[in-house]
Ligand binder design. Sequence first.
Ligand code: FE
Ligand code: FE
Ligand code: ZN
Length: 273
Amino acid sequence: MYIGNHLSSSKGFLNMGKEALKLGANTFAFFTRNPRGGAAKEIDAADAGALIELMEEHNFGKLVAHAPYTMNVCAAKENIRKFSVEMMQDDMERMEYLPGNYYNFHPGSHVGQGVEAAIPMIAEAINKSLKPEHHTTILLETMAGKGSEVGRSFEELKAILDLVTLKDKVGICFDTCHTWDAGYDNVNDFDGVLEEFDKVIGLDKLMAVHFNDSMNVCASHKDRHQKIGEGEIGLEALRKIATHPLLAGKPFILETPNDDAGYAREIAMIKSW
Ligand code: FE
Ligand code: FE
Ligand code: ZN
């Protein structure tokens, strides 16, 4: 299986790969730029090439890059929306230095204008960013549904995917904490959740997993991650998810509140399953 966590991109690509190896990981996530800010530093092509080599040598799975939290491609304010789409377009060019990986983003918050207005905006942002010659797959993240978050149900995500032109270059990142908080019963009926996903979106679109426990109960719409086995989802359910045959071979990314030693422990535990 492919398991890893979020690493800081501030020390460069190759160093993230080395850091992942140290933690026992064989994939990782990183923010394409400061998660809270806009400016992105220049990409060092040689550094990206060195990471690609290391990943091949150590049989890494696909990386799951994460767009910054400030990106909201369905913002009600036009200037924020425009800035966000430009960020996504720039990120697509930057991802070409690491071809063949995933780029995950939060569909956004519709703040007042309603989800019906937001859905076409999100699809339009993807259509304006993704070109036929690109080598990246864009993933929409399943959201907890706090505030006016879009992507709180499989139906909302499907509605966005339906409006995307380059359909073979988009998919879904399934966050175990977010779907649980959104009301999907990952504890008592994970098979049923996957069945529902398959019925609404299609399991071929489930490409990556954000692997987290949750501090809150099902349908709480809170989005507070917890360490594996220490939250309301719990060890047994998470073990069943990590070892589920329908999820085999997908990159699993930990977003649990941990230090390096904690991540190394969680990665070792999950590998042992
Ligand atoms: Fe996320
Ligand atoms: Fe997540
Ligand atoms: Zn979250």
